[in-house]
Every structure is written in C-alpha cells, then in structure tokens.
Write a protein that binds this ligand. Structure first.
Ligand code: FES
Length: 186
C-alpha cells in the first residue's frame, strides 16, 4: 500500500495564488495580444506589398510634348496601363462639337467642360469605352469622334457618348498645361 496517498500535500499549482482567476485572465489576455501582434506582423507585409511600388508611382504622372500631334491628328500614349488619347482638333471640329452642346445626350456636358480654358484644340481623354472597356477608333462613327467596334458606341468630337450602349462620355483625366506645348497628366 506504499503507493496509496491519503491527504497528501496540496498541489501548489492547482490552487492558491497560482490559480488566481485575475492572474489567469491576465496571462490569457497577454498571450492573445502577443498572438494578434504576431499575426499583424505577418499580414501587414502581405498587404503592404499590394500597394504600388516606387517605380509604379513614378509612372503615375507623365509629361507629353504636344508638338508631336499635328492639327486633326490623335496620338495614343500608354498611361497607367491604359491608352490615353491626345487629339489636336481643327477649328471645324471644335465648331461641330460646340454646335451640339445642347443636343440630347446620355451624359450631357458642354464641350468647354471637356478641355482646358483657351485650349479648345486639345482633347485629352482616357481611351477606353465606358461600356466594357474596348478602345474606340478615332474618326469613326456617326459623329466624327470615335467609334467603339465592340458593341457600336458612337462618341462625338468632344468624346461625348451619343449613340450605343456606353453610359458615359470618355473620361477626361486630371492634367495640366506646363507650357503651351507640354502637358502633365496625372
Ligand atoms: S465596349 Fe465599347 S461599345 Fe461595348
């Protein structure tokens, strides 16, 4: 019967100050906080790497030399992975766009809302159709602006949607004139 213990010494770890409920809670909270901190430390680099890298941010703005675009022409530049249309409108094209300012349109805008003051010849637009993102062709369609071959959207000489399924005008990006012959986009 040597291995039968009756009324043995109380286990110090099972009761007394070591099992104080408030102390136990503290240990759990501290352990939980450490675990959250460790997970946060792991997750943040994963999230952070989704942010644009320095070389991508450098491409966020571009400068463009307008002397490359003759009157009546359009040049397409790649900007932030999208085509950017820079069109040099002739006076007759500007007049046609202004004449239609009050025509019924899905997304009404004046021509003057779509270019910089005093720079009516320059249209700067993001060249993706506002329907499903195809690239419209310059000079096509019923209004002489652009025509999107994917589902037949017609844009006028101001880049306003006039006919077809696209809901909005071609988007005008943020840009500024640095001089008479240079713009900065973005
Ligand atoms: S994507 Fe242009 S009309 Fe559909």
């Amino acid at each position: 019967m040597a291995d039968t213990v009756v009324g043995g010494t109380p286990d110090q770890h099972a009761s007394g100050s070591g099992d104080d409920p408030s102390r136990r809670d503290f240990i759990h909270i501290a352990a939980g906080a450490a675990a959250v901190g460790a997970v946060g430390g792991l997750v943040w680099p994963l999230i952070d790497q989704l942010n644009p890298s320095a070389d991508t941010l450098a491409l966020a703005s571009i400068e463009f030399d307008l002397t490359k675009v003759s009157p009546g022409q359009q040049v397409v530049v790649k900007w932030r992975g999208k085509p950017l249309f820079v069109r040099n409108r002739e006076p007759v094209q500007i007049a046609a766009a202004v004449k239609d300012d009050n025509a019924p349109m899905p997304d009404p805008q004046k021509d003057s809302d779509r270019h910089k003051p005093g720079k009516a010849e320059w249209l700067v637009l993001i060249g993706t159709c506002t329907h499903l993102g195809c690239v419209p062709t310059v000079g096509g369609g019923d209004y002489g602006g652009w025509f999107c071959p994917c589902h037949g959207s017609h844009y006028d000489l101001s880049g306003r949607i006039r006919k077809g399924p696209a809901p909005r005008n071609l988007e005008v990006p943020t840009y500024a004139f640095l001089s008479d012959t240079k713009i900065k986009v973005g």
